[in-house]
Unconditional design. Structure first.
Lengths: 257, 295
């Protein structure tokens, strides 16, 4: 479970560019839920993810993960139980290392990286099984450099890598935005499958309103650091893409976009 | 003639130790580490003082590697914890080391002919019989270059080695693996500079001297050998990076020796190195540009 309590964040304090993004922002995400988050650029979606992961500091408030206060914990400490897939497919993998080496790295997340052999031969079958879920034939290309893969293949590997170890929750930061529509569709289907199989608590930021409506059991729309729409369960199922788009446009018109 | 070839190859083997270090920082960590110009003479300074004071010649190698590691730690700490840019962090340590080296050695220091070195001591003399010094130097250098290469090859295959490679390839991934990327970078600099100082120590054994200026241009030499080596074997992916830079170091030393034999004044050496290095970099960039356009 994730709790954000009274989060305040001001960018560039004391300068002419001072911008208050969050003023007593609150959000609770229950164990096992899959939250889709939409909102225009600058609405605070990515900032919120970065605050959760500890990549940007907060002025006041509290981030709690599974009941534990995360304030003061550095980003790499928080990632012990957080998985994250970024918008840019190259962010989630090492391009100059093979698929097998990348998988081995991900498999060792949270453990010590000592002087034992980096690749555990006994785990190769498991990696192949995981890669086979993707249906891209990557299970037979373990020795290929990840840099030689297409963006979509790389993002698929990133997704497998991010979810390989037990997680408190998974963060998807516009992870289909840089892909062509067909590949994006594939990655999204895989995401749904993996989240379901591993029962992951998931937060997905997306600009694709259809994905937001189709996937997940809770939908949040953000605007200027506030939550303007929050529907879960049956209420969410009853919300169509058109409804979301309508609200989205209304907000945009207010902004003058 | 044969003697010249052997001593040139020996030089290449000794300096390969430095090239391994530069390979780690430049190729693996993507960190242009100028500490090298200071940690190389640091290894030599420590070694010269210890030899003059009668320490075991092999023990000097260990001490040199440890003080080199400290120098690497300083650069890493300045860069990672004090947020100073990579190039500047190296320059700061390098500059400080110039004074420190002189403090350690007092001044330029010569090691007497009667002092045992790693090339002439009861152990090596016993093992290699009455082989001439020239060959003993070759064999000891070859042994050192190969043993360090094997250790590094082993290390790069460990979990820790994978993490080191990952931090240079994509440091954001290391953070999501719940590891502090800063410490991984510091570790890389520590290993690299301990190798560079080790090279300095072996050079000191070989020349029987320490000079405060012996570090000047070593980073450029190191970068040149790394780029020569990796370019030569670019199409052969089965050749390990360490093998490539080992060959690169020997090739480089041979090229320089040929140039000197053809009458190049030694005073122009560093100029030629710099120009060659620039040419290699520019050619490398042009190739990269072509790949990008092709993609």
């Amino acid at each position: 479970m994730l709790e954000l309590k009274d989060i305040c964040k001001v960018y560039n304090p004391g300068s002419v560019n001072e911008m208050c993004l969050f003023d007593k922002f609150n959000l609770t995400v229950d164990q096992g839920s899959f939250v889709s988050i939409v909102g225009s650029n600058g609405s605070g979606k990515t900032s919120m993810l970065n605050i959760i992961c500890g990549s940007i500091p907060i002025d006041s408030g509290e981030v709690r993960i599974s009941g534990k206060n995360m304030n003061g914990k550095k980003d790499f400490e928080r990632y012990r139980t957080i998985g994250r897939v970024y918008q840019n497919p190259s962010m989630g993998t090492c391009p100059h290392m093979t698929i097998l080496e990348n998988m081995s790295l991900a498999d060792n997340k949270g453990k010590s990286f000592g002087l034992s052999h980096g690749i555990n031969g006994k785990r190769i079958a498991f990696y192949q099984e995981q890669l086979a879920i993707l249906g891209l034939g990557l299970e037979n290309k373990l020795d290929v450099l990840v840099g030689a893969l297409s963006g979509g293949q790389r993002q698929a590997v990133s997704l497998i890598m991010a979810t390989m170890t037990p997680l408190d929750f998974l963060i998807l930061d516009e992870h289909t935005a840089a892909l062509d529509p067909k590949t994006a569709e594939l990655i999204m289907e895989l995401t749904g499958k993996i989240v379901k199989e591993k029962h992951l608590t998931t937060m997905m930021v997306t600009h694709n309103l259809r994905y937001a409506a189709e996937y997940g059991d809770r939908l949040i729309m953000m605007d200027k650091g506030r939550i303007v729409l929050d529907k879960a369960g049956a209420e969410k199922d009853a919300t169509s893409v058109e409804d979301i788009l309508h609200l989205f446009n209304t907000i945009s018109i207010e902004c003058g976009n | 003639m044969l003697e010249l070839v052997i001593s040139t190859v020996t030089q290449g083997l000794i300096f390969a130790l430095l090239s391994y270090g530069v390979y780690i920082t430049y190729k693996i960590l993507d960190f242009p580490d100028l500490t090298v110009d200071g940690s190389f003479p640091l290894g030599a300074a420590v070694t010269a003082v210890m030899l003059v004071n009668g320490y075991n010649p092999f023990f000097t190698l260990v001490v040199a590697a440890v003080v080199g590691a400290l120098a690497g730690f300083c650069t890493g700490f300045i860069h990672v914890k004090l947020n100073v840019r990579d190039l500047l962090a190296g320059i700061i340590t390098m500059t400080a080391l110039f004074s420190i080296n002189l403090q350690i050695a007092g001044s330029n220091l010569a090691v007497g002919r009667n002092v045992d070195t790693i090339f002439t001591n009861p152990l090596v003399n016993g093992l290699l019989g009455n082989m001439p010094l020239l060959y003993r130097k070759l064999i000891v250098s070859l042994f050192l270059a190969l043993i360090v290469k094997l250790i590094l090859d082993f290390y790069f295959k460990t979990k820790n080695g994978l993490l080191l490679r990952a931090v240079g390839d994509n440091d954001a991934l290391v953070t999501t693996l719940a590891k502090d990327k800063g410490w991984v970078k510091i570790l890389g600099l520590v290993i690299a500079n301990s190798l560079v100082a080790l090279a300095g120590a072996v050079v000191c054994h070989e020349q029987r001297s320490f000079a405060a200026t012996m570090g000047t241009g070593q980073i450029v030499f190191g970068l040149a050998t790394v780029i020569i080596g990796t370019t030569l074997f670019r199409k052969m992916s089965f050749v390990k990076g360490t093998t490539a830079v080992l060959i690169g170091s020997i090739v480089y030393k041979i090229c320089i020796q040929i140039a000197i034999s053809l009458g190049l004044p030694p005073n122009l050496l560093k100029l030629i190195t710099a120009v060659l290095f620039l040419a290699i970099l520019v050619i490398g960039n042009m190739e990269k540009g072509m790949v990008r356009k092709g993609a």
